[in-house]
Design a binder for this molecule. Structure first.
Ligand code: PCA
Length: 319
């Protein structure tokens, strides 16, 4: 009997060693970013739930692949899983870009309603490329970083303005600024070398890039609540044993809930950090808000002109 048990134990551990798998997971943002911390916890949860049958190695800060390549390397199966900024795919379909349209969804409640409407459309679009979304987490609402107070949209004219996607580039052009594409990790360097003079991003990225070293004012215009998404290569996922697949799905759902909570906590905490470091936090003037809303309305018209029927249906669903 004893021998039996020993033999059985040996064969189980041999089996689990045989199926143990390691996935590489490139992400664009650094280790101090809450998204990265949430993903590290997700990887830990998967390892624990599967007793090490699946290990996910997180390669943060664009260290394995640059941000712009992450989706395609997951699609090609060079890596099994990855994270990126969802709206960078808006050149593929307008459905991806809605969370970066100014003043369309500015609170977490609106962002959640938008994600609920986007999710089925995006899932289908990604499915056609052999990809499956696992979870999506928003950044805190996006605010304005400048030297000196910005009283109206006219004050943005002529500034070298950091951009992170096509919508922000369009925005910069509409306010007569000059857009410069810069990854989050490169923000301090871009300010230090004079490549950029102003930006729109979350308090999270503002504090992580020590914005106080480069600009004096933060104006919480709370213009949009953009999201990151984590996707998996479907073939890689299907190859996993069923119990491991289930553990990944469960850890992803937990990560999504935890990520939204972390994001909300960040908004306040990181604005306080900026204030403690001497930044002046100014509420947007009525004139600035009106001017920005006009630009948002104009951008949404342009978006509509390009949008597919399913993308337009997302807009209808949230309005
Ligand atoms: N931080 C990222 C995306 C949005 C945000 O808040 C960035 O600035 O690149």
């Amino acid at each position: 009997m004893k021998h039996y048990i020993l033999a059985a134990t040996l064969s189980i551990s041999a089996a689990s060693i045989a199926t143990a798998e390691t996935w590489d997971m490139p992400t664009p943002y650094g280790d101090s970013t809450f998204h990265t911390q949430n993903i590290a916890q997700f990887a830990q949860d998967v390892a624990t739930a599967t007793n090490g049958e699946l290990t996910i190695t997180v390669h943060s800060g664009g260290s394995l692949f640059p941000h712009s390549e992450i989706k395609n390397v997951v699609r090609a199966g060079q890596v099994q899983i990855g994270e990126f900024f969802l709206s960078t795919l808006e050149n593929e379909d307008s459905a991806y870009g809605l969370d970066s349209q100014p003043f369309l969804a500015t609170s977490y409640a609106d962002a959640a309603a938008l994600w609920a409407a986007q999710q089925p459309v995006i899932t289908e679009l990604l499915d056609a490329q052999g990809l499956m979304p696992l979870f999506s987490v928003p950044w805190p609402a996006q605010g304005l970083y400048t030297n000196g107070e910005i009283a109206s949209v006219d004050d943005l004219s002529g500034l070298r303005f950091r951009s992170y996607n096509a919508a922000l580039e369009e925005f910069a052009i509409l306010v007569n600024a000059s857009p410069v594409q810069v990854e989050a990790a490169d923000i301090p360097q871009a300010f230090a070398t004079g490549q950029i003079e102003a930006m729109i991003t979350s308090p999270s990225t503002g504090a992580n890039s020590t914005a106080w070293d480069f600009v004096t004012h933060y104006t919480p215009i709370d213009a949009w609540v953009p999201k990151n998404i984590v996707v998996v290569n479907k073939r890689a996922f299907m190859r996993l044993p069923e119990n491991v697949q289930a553990a990944v799905i469960e850890a992803a759902a937990t990560a999504q809930t935890r990520g939204w909570e972390m994001s909300a906590a960040e908004a306040e905490a990181k604005t306080a950090v900026m204030q403690e470091n001497g930044m002046i936090i100014v509420a947007p003037s009525a004139e600035l808000t009106t001017g920005l809303q006009e630009i948002g309305a104009q951008m949404l018209e342009t978006w509509r002109a390009d949008a597919s029927a399913p993308a337009l249906a997302i807009l209808d669903a949230i309005n």
